[in-house]
Design a protein around this ligand. Structure first.
Ligand code: ADP
Ligand code: ZN
Length: 630
C-alpha cells in the first residue's frame, strides 16, 4: 500500500470538528497526520515516551512491528496514533472483552471514532458499528479473534481500506505463555489476506520462546522488533517477613488511604476473611475469587474499576485484562507462584506512571508448603525440577540482601546497574554477616540427632533448653546442646529460614517436616564453603516508609484540597456517563491541574492528558472547580 504522502493528503480533509459534545461522541477527530500533532491534539500527551515514536513512525510508513513493552509503557499509542495518521480503519485484535469496552470508551471520549465487535455486544449496536464500518466512519475497530475469523467477516474487511492490523496480547499465540488461545494461531493468515497492510503484534511478555512464536506464528518475519527495558521505575518494591500479617497490612494500608489497590491472597478463604476484617476496620475492601457467584464477583470488580479508593482483596483469578491505570499498590500476603507471576501481578500497579508500591509478606511456612505441593504433586520429574527452580528463583529475590529491582530484572535477563534507590533493600540496606559458624551449629545439630526433628526441637537444642522432648531423647548430652545461647530464638529462626531458602537445609515432608542436610551442607560443615546471611529487618520501618514517601512526592506538590474537589468532579462526570473515572481524566492530569491551577482554556490545554475533545467536553466544568477553590 502507498503510504506517506498520499495517505496524508487523503487525511487532511478530515478536519477536527469543533462541535464535539457529549451527545456526538463519534465526531471526526483528526487534525493532522503528523504523529506528534495527533498525540497532542487527540490524546493530550506532549511527547512520545521512549521507543513509542520509533514504532509509530515505522508503522505510519507501512512497516510491520513486534512491540515488547512492559505494562504501562504505553503500547496503545503505538497503534492508535498510526491508525489516525493512515487512511482507512485500523483493526485491533484483542482477546479481552472487558478491556475492549474500556478502550473504546476512552477513545470515544478523546473524539476518536471507535467501536468494538464481540459476543458481549448487543445486536443493534453491532449492526450500527457494521454500518459505520462500511460507511468509512470508523478509525479503529476492536474485535475478538473469533469474530475476526468468522465467515464473511474477513472478506468484508478485504473490500475496505484497512490502515493497519494490531494484534494485542500477542503472547496468546504461544503455548509457552500462560494465556494460550488456539484461535490466535489462525491470525498468521492475515499476512496473506492483507498484503501491504502494516501489522503490529504487542505484548508485555518477552521471554525468548514467546517472542519466537509470535514472529513465526503471526508471520512477522520482516517485522522490526521494538523492545524496551522491563523496568517499571515508578513501582517501588518491598518484601518483608510475615510477622503478624494483619498488623503489617494495616500499617501499609494506613499510608494509602483513599487509593485503589489490590491485596492478593493464596486461598479463597483468606480472601474472604481478609476482606471482612478490613471492612470491619473501616477500609473499603471487597473480595474477588472464582468461588463467588458471578454477579458478586463482576459487581465487585466493577466497583473497584469505577470508583476511587477501593481495595480489592483477591486470588490470582483477578487481574487479567484489567487496565485500570491508577492502581497505587499491589500487596501479596502470601508468596506468589513464580517471579514471572509476581512481576505480572505487581505490574498492574502504576500504569499511569505515577508512584506505586509493591509490597509482599511471606513466611517460611509458605516455602515449606510450596515445596510440599511440588514434591507431592502428580507432575513428572522434569516438571517438578522446573517448578523447584522457579520457587528457588523467587526465594532468591525474597532473601537477597541486594537491590530487588536488580535481582528481578536479572531474572528476565536484563542487566540493571542498580542500586535503584526505590526498593526496600536500597532504601534501608540489610546488614549482612558471616553466618558460617551459625550454619555449622545448625547442621551439626541436625546431623547428630539423625535428621529426624523439626526446627523447634533443633533450636531448643542449640539454645540449651532442657524441654521434656530434649531430655527424653538425651539430646541435652549432645556436644551441640547449648552452643547457640548467644543468639535468640528469632535469630535462629532467621538463620534456619535462610538455610532452607538456599537449600543447604532440606525439609522432609514425608517425615512431618524433619530437617535434613541439603545440597552443599557437607561443604559448609567442612568449612569449605562460607555462608553469608542477612539480618532480618524489622517489619516496615518508619524510616523506610518516610523515605519511600519522599521519593514518591513530586517536587512542588498539588493542592490536596483542590485535588479532592477535582476528583469529586471527575466522579460526578464519570457517573453521569456510566464510565470509569479514569476515562474522564487520569490521576496525573488531576494532579497537574491541582498544581498548575490553570484559569482559562489556553492554560488547560497545556495540561498533560487533555486533548481537544476533552478540553471542550470537560474544560469548563474543571475551570469552575478551580475558580471556586479560589
Ligand atoms: P500498556 O498497554 O503498555 O500497558 P497503555 O497503552 O495502557 O500501556 O498506557 C499506559 C498509560 O500511559 C496510559 O495511562 C496512557 O495514557 C499513558 N501514556 C501512554 N503514552 C504516553 C505518552 N506519550 N505521554 C504520556 N502518557 C502516556
Ligand atoms: Zn533497589
Amino acid at each position: 500500500m502507498q503510504v506517506g504522502r498520499i495517505a496524508r493528503i487523503g487525511r487532511a480533509d478530515r478536519l477536527w470538528s469543533p462541535s464535539v459534545s457529549p451527545d456526538s461522541p463519534a465526531a471526526v477527530t483528526v487534525v493532522a497526520s503528523d504523529p506528534l500533532v495527533v498525540l497532542k491534539s487527540v490524546f493530550g500527551h506532549s511527547a512520545f515516551r521512549g521507543e513509542q515514536e520509533d514504532v509509530v513512525r515505522h508503522v505510519v510508513a507501512g512497516g510491520d512491528a513486534v512491540v515488547l513493552f512492559p505494562t504501562g509503557k504505553g503500547k496503545s499509542v503505538c497503534y492508535q496514533v498510526p491508525a489516525l495518521c493512515r487512511t482507512g480503519v485500523a483493526i485491533v485484535v484483542s482477546p479481552l472483552i472487558a478491556l475492549m469496552r474500556d478502550q473504546v470508551e476512552a477513545l470515544k471520549q478523546a473524539g476518536v471514532r471507535a467501536a468494538a465487535l464481540n459476543s458481549a455486544i448487543a445486536p443493534e449496536e453491532i449492526a450500527r458499528s457494521r454500518a459505520d464500518l462500511l460507511g468509512g466512519k470508523l478509525d479503529l475497530l476492536y474485535v475478538t479473534p473469533e469474530r475476526l475469523m468468522m465467515d464473511g467477516f474477513l472478506a468484508m474487511l478485504e473490500r475496505l481500506p484497512v490502515s493497519l492490523i494490531a494484534i494485542d496480547e500477542a503472547h496468546c499465540v504461544s503455548q509457552w505463555g500462560h494465556d494460550f488461545r488456539p484461535e490466535y494461531r489462525k491470525l498468521g493468515m492475515l499476512a496473506e489476506r492483507f498484503p501491504g497492510v502494516p501489522r503490529l503484534a504487542l505484548t508485555a511478555t518477552a521471554d525468548a520462546d514467546t517472542r519466537r512464536d509470535i514472529v513465526e506464528r503471526l508471520a512477522l518475519n520482516n517485522a522490526r522488533i521494538f523492545q524496551t527495558s522491563f523496568d517499571r521505575p515508578n513501582i517501588s518494591y518491598a518484601i518483608a517477613l510475615r510477622e503478624g500479617g494483619r498488623r503489617q497490612l494495616r500499617s501499609f494500608l494506613d499510608r494509602h488511604t483513599g487509593e485503589s489497590g489490590i491485596v492478593y491472597c493464596l486461598s479463597r478463604k483468606k480472601v474472604d476473611e481478609t476482606a471482612a476484617w478490613l471492612a470491619m476496620e473501616g477500609i473499603r475492601a471487597l473480595p474477588y475469587h472464582a468461588g463467588l457467584d458471578r454477579e458478586t464477583r463482576d459487581g465487585n470488580q466493577d466497583v473497584f474499576i469505577r470508583e476511587d479508593g477501593v481495595v480489592l482483596v483477591a486470588t490470582v483469578a483477578f487481574g487479567m485484562g484489567i487496565d485500570k491505570p491508577d492502581i497505587r499498590f499491589v500487596v501479596h500476603l502470601d508468596l506468589p507462584s513464580s517471579v514471572e507471576a509476581y512481576y505480572q501481578e505487581t505490574g498492574r500497579a502504576g500504569r499511569d506512571g505515577g508512584p506505586a508500591e509493591a509490597y509482599m509478606t511471606y513466611a517460611m511456612a509458605d516455602v515449606v508448603q510450596r515445596r510440599r505441593m511440588i514434591d507431592e504433586g502428580g507432575a513428572d520429574d522434569t516438571v517438578k525440577r522446573v517448578e523447584r527452580a522457579k520457587l528457588n528463583a523467587l526465594l532468591g529475590i525474597c532473601e537477597t540482601a541486594g537491590c530487588r529491582r536488580q535481582a528481578l530484572l536479572a531474572h528476565f535477563g536484563e542487566v540493571y546497574p542498580g542500586p535503584c534507590g526505590n526498593c526496600d533493600a536500597c532504601l534501608s540496606p540489610a546488614e549482612t554477616y558471616d553466618g558460617t559458624e551459625a550454619a555449622q551449629k545448625i547442621l551439626s545439630a541436625i546431623y547428630r540427632t539423625g535428621s529426624r526433628y523439626g526446627s523447634g526441637h533443633i533450636i531448643d537444642i542449640l539454645r540449651g533448653e532442657p524441654t521434656e522432648k530434649v531430655t527424653n531423647a538425651g539430646h541435652d548430652r549432645l556436644p551441640t546442646f547449648g552452643v547457640g545461647r548467644d543468639l535468640d530464638d528469632r535469630t535462629w529462626r532467621s538463620v534456619l529460614r535462610q538455610l532452607v531458602a538456599s537449600g543447604i537445609v532440606a525439609v522432609d515432608h514425608t517425615a512431618f517436616g524433619a530437617l535434613t542436610l541439603g545440597d552443599g551442607a557437607r561443604e559448609v560443615l567442612r568449612s569449605q564453603r562460607k555462608v553469608q546471611l542477612r539480618r532480618d529487618r524489622a517489619p516496615v520501618r518508619e524510616r523506610t516508609r518516610r523515605r519511600l514517601e519522599a521519593t514518591a512526592a513530586p517536587v512542588s506538590g498539588p493542592d490536596e484540597g483542590l485535588f479532592d474537589a477535582l476528583r469529586a468532579e471527575r466522579t460526578r462526570l464519570a457517573r453521569e456517563q456510566g464510565v470509569p473515572p479514569y476515562v474522564v481524566f487520569h490521576d496525573a492530569t488531576l494532579r497537574a491541574l491541582a498544581t498548575a491551577r490553570p484559569r482559562d482554556i489556553a492554560g488547560l490545554a497545556d495540561i498533560p492528558g487533555i486533548g481537544r475533545s476533552k478540553l471542550e467536553r470537560y474544560g469548563p466544568a474543571f475551570l469552575r472547580v478551580i475558580a471556586a477553590a479560589g
